[in-house]
Ligand binder design. Structure first.
Ligand code: COA
Length: 504
């Protein structure tokens, strides 16, 4: 315990140390909790685990707000325990997904830059308890977060009560990594002064009102590793097409080999695509993203990336050992910021990012569906993809051209749900090729997307649809009664594939 207390440098707080069960007993039915955690990194763990235990004997429901998805199966356990009323703004857990889609609890899927603003303005329920993971509490009253910042700053500044989980499993070397800045209220706000990826504009920790600290809990439970799967033929091909596009941009003089700061989305495809840059000619790259996955550290090791700013670090088990084992090597090349700042439209536009995100499907005109499988079933959530795509210098969406062994085409006549409209999408890439949609009218887009990006299995089917659509006319031609024919065919026959002879 003595050693643990060294992490609370303000001695007046030592008397607030409690066990997780006691802290969990303070949570009342109907409360709203703001938990730290962003894409499996830096989540509050001990109190949520204790809440799940408490649910075995007590009947209660709470709203759970976070930065993004939680690791250590916390989303799964909370969902299974039946104690969630409403969850926001993002999740990525199979059990929670199933329960959301079964209507067992509510889920509000938000642009990740919006949550903090909405909490401050009172548009969302007030936060009763902020429960945030930390490496330490400084003598001058700051909470030093761990592997993510997420929405913790806003939870701490707005909550009625604060519980800090000090995680002894994280190195004290995290102190100095973070840059904590909260914009003033809208209407009286100055510009956010990030003009370069490596600008530091705030404090090293989260300032707090010590009167609101209700308890401090110790834990050693480390983050769970990411679930990305290794590179495969298709993701390597996507990476090569993306590099070909960027190379063409350099050739015409829109970029140099340094490109522009890169944002890369979550998941296996985005990780693989970024990894593909290791053997490219691009150098002195900078990353201004939301999550730093394995590939960013591979690029740092390869001397390709010289600085990375994000709001969380989410790594595979192997990479965690490597990075956290010699964290001093990486520390000076990294900044972790609140998600409100990493995803802020003002900064994304100012820095002129190249934003690379993954789609579930896109249509022949370039609308993108990132979240709703077959138009109705929640996958994960929009995350930061909208924050970045709408404001980036170049908004790129990548996906494999087919899913589920070819029974699904990721290029469809009309997406069954729209997350990113055709106006926010500049380039789409599959393992078949890329389509640069900038400056193209819908009719030009359709031809390019079908020819360059669709899988050969589905090309003819899409051509037949588009040809019929042209007979109906319009700026964006469609055969409305057949616009979702790929999806309805999937429901009826478990495949989107149709005999082309029956279509003509
Ligand atoms: N219809 C149905 N399922 C599809 C599909 C489609 N059109 N396209 C892909 N899938 C399935 C895959 O088969 C796979 O299923 P499995 O888990 O059962 O194997 C699953 O979706 C994930 O696809 P995968 O190709 O492995 O991609 P990924 O791990 O890179 O994840 C997204 C892709 C779209 C789910 C993920 O990037 C995401 O949630 N994006 C939205 C949020 C976001 O972009 N955040 C980033 C902002 S920084």
């Amino acid at each position: 315990m003595e050693k643990n207390l060294e992490r609370i440098k303000d001695n007046s707080l030592h008397s607030l140390v409690v066990c997780a069960d006691e802290a969990a007993s303070w949570i009342q039915d109907g409360m709203t909790l703001g938990l730290s955690g962003f894409t499996r990194a830096g989540d509050a763990k001990a109190v949520p685990f204790a809440l799940v235990e408490r649910a075995k004997k007590d009947d209660f429901k709470v709203n759970i707000f976070t930065g993004a998805s939680l690791g250590c199966d916390i989303d799964k356990l909370l969902s299974e325990a039946g104690i969630i009323n409403k969850r926001l703004p993002f999740q990525a857990d199979a059990t929670m997904r199933k329960n959301i889609n079964a209507g067992k609890h509510l889920f509000v899927d938000q642009h990740l830059s919006h949550t903090a603003e909405m909490i401050r303005s009172g548009a969302l329920s007030a936060i009763d308890f902020a429960i945030v993971e930390a490496v330490s509490i400084t003598a001058d009253g700051m909470i030093i977060p761990t592997t993510s910042v997420g929405n913790s700053l806003t939870f701490v500044s707005q909550a009625k009560n604060i519980i800090v989980e000090i995680n002894m499993g994280h190195s004290a070397l995290f102190e100095g990594l973070h840059d904590i800045y909260e914009p003033a209220d809208q209407g009286v706000r100055e510009p956010i002064p990030v003009t370069k990826v490596d600008d530091r504009i705030g404090t090293v920790g989260i300032p707090f009102d010590s009167a609101k600290i209700r308890g401090i809990v110790f834990t050693e439970h480390i983050d769970s590793p990411s679930t990305i799967v290794p590179l495969d033929f298709e993701t390597e091909e996507i990476a090569q097409h993306l590099i070909a596009f960027l190379r063409d941009e350099v050739k015409v003089g829109r970029f140099t080999n340094k490109l522009a700061p890169i944002q890369s989305g979550i998941g296996s495809v985005a990780n693989a695509v970024l990894h593909g840059m290791i053997d490219s000619e691009f150098e002195n790259l900078q990353v201004y993203s939301e999550v730093l996955q394995d590939s960013v550290f591979d690029l740092i090791d390869a001397g390709k990336v010289n600085f990375a700013s994000a709001c969380s670090i989410t790594l595979s088990g192997k990479k965690m050992k490597q990075v956290y084992g010699k964290f001093e090597k990486y520390r000076d090349q990294l900044i972790l910021r609140p998600q409100e700042i990493t995803n802020h439209p003002e900064i994304i536009r100012r820095l002129g990012l190249i934003a690379i995100n993954t789609a579930l499907e896109f249509d022949i005109y370039g609308n993108v569906n990132s979240i709703h499988v077959s138009g109705t079933k929640m996958m994960n959530g929009i995350g930061g993809s909208g924050d970045f795509a709408r404001n980036a210098r170049v908004a790129i969406f990548v996906t494999k051209s087919i899913a589920k062994g070819g029974n699904i085409s990721s290029i469809v006549p009309f997406v069954a749900h729209v997350d990113h409209t055709e106006h926010d999408v500049d380039v789409v890439v599959t393992e078949q090729g890329y389509a640069d949609l900038r400056g193209l009218a819908p009719r030009e887009r359709a031809e390019l997307i079908i020819e360059n990006c669709a899988h050969p299995l589905y090309k003819e089917q899409l051509r037949i649809y588009y040809k019929e659509a042209l007979t109906r006319g319009g700026q964006t031609p469609h055969v409305l009664e057949k616009a979702f024919s790929f999806h309805t065919n999937l429901v009826e026959y478990s495949t989107m594939l149709q005999e082309v002879e029956t279509l003509v």
